[in-house]
Structures are given as C-alpha cells and as structure tokens.
Design a protein. Structure first.
Length: 185
C-alpha cells in the first residue's frame, strides 16, 4: 500500500520518480531545505509507483518552506498558524497508474502521517483535477487562493485540508473504512 521512505536506495527511487514527473511536465525539481517525511505509494507487487512528502510548516520559517506557493501571506494560514500544520509536496502517482484506485493509498499514508504527528491541517498545492476529486469524495479541502499555472499542463490549487475532519470521514465512510481496518490491525 505505502511505505515510509528511509534508505538511500528508496530516496533515490523517490527522487527518480519525482524527477521524471518534473521533466515530463517541464517544472523545476525543487528541494526543501527543512526536514521532510517521505512516503512511497506502492502497487500490489510492492513496487513504488507514487510519491508523497510532508514538511512541518512554520510561518516564521517561510523561506525554508516556500515551494510553489507562498503560504505566509495567506489570511487562512495566519488564522491557524499556532496549530500543527504540515505541507504536502511531491504528490504523484505515475502516469500509467493513475485512475486505478491508488487515491486510497494516498489517504492511508496521510492517515498514518497525521496519527504519528498529531497534525491538524495540511496545506499544499495540487492539480485541479485531484482537488475536484477530493471535494467530490466529501473532504473539507478548501481552495485558499486563485488557481495558477505551474506548467502548460498543470493548473494548481493552493489548498487547506482539515485532516481531523478527513480522518472522521474516513472512519465513517463505507468506501474508506476498509482501508483503515487494514491499517489499524
């Protein structure tokens, strides 16, 4: 389903997948200067087919956190700045694996991360299609600014996600509680 990335080999594979995505979409391969937690999304053969990165957000360290969007001046972020905020980055499912149900593995990785960090909020930028899908699934994922272009093919939405609400939704949703039973064993 997913695995936390620890080894040099796993990090190299993670960087290779993300680098291929950046090259394919003509976007810069940005590296965070602060500590990150990385997850690999895996297929049934345990092969890495996706990436997900979490970084602790602190409004005072915006230079370390700035990625595609400057959250420090956003009114919503200023309102919650004293809570546990993590920025999601490098969210990717390889092209040949998109649309095959791996969104559940991404949710499970978020659930795992939130449980280990006691996160209150996730922020980040995601493509408009994924944003619309998350909204249609019932998640309280709020757009906090105008959409913007990252590349010719990617329209990004800066978002704020109430992860505590998302976890409740997962626990009570027939569609998603099956993945939590696997996790909570």
């Amino acid at each position: 389903m997913f695995r936390v990335i620890h080894t040099k080999e796993e990090n190299n594979l993670f960087n290779e997948l993300w680098g291929d995505f950046c090259e394919e979409n003509e976007i810069p391969f940005l590296v965070r200067s602060n500590e990150v937690t990385r997850y690999g999304i895996c297929n049934s053969d345990k092969k890495l087919i996706g990436t997900l990165e979490f970084s602790k957000y602190n409004i005072e360290n915006e230079d370390k956190n700035k990625y595609y969007y400057d959250f420090s001046e956003n009114k919503y972020i200023k309102y919650i700045q004293n809570e546990e905020i993590y920025e999601i980055g490098k969210l990717l499912i390889t092209r040949e694996n998109r649309g095959k149900g791996f969104f559940k593995q991404i949710l499970l990785a978020c659930y795992d991360h939130a449980n280990h960090t006691n996160a209150d909020w996730y922020i980040g930028t995601i493509n408009k299609r994924l944003y619309m899908f998350a909204r249609s699934a019932g998640f309280k994922i709020l757009p906090i600014d105008e959409y913007f272009e990252i590349s010719d093919d990617i329209i990004a939405v800066p978002f704020l996600l109430d992860i505590k609400h998302a976890i409740k939704l997962l626990k009570y949703s027939n569609e998603f509680k099956e993945i939590l039973m696997y996790y909570d064993k």
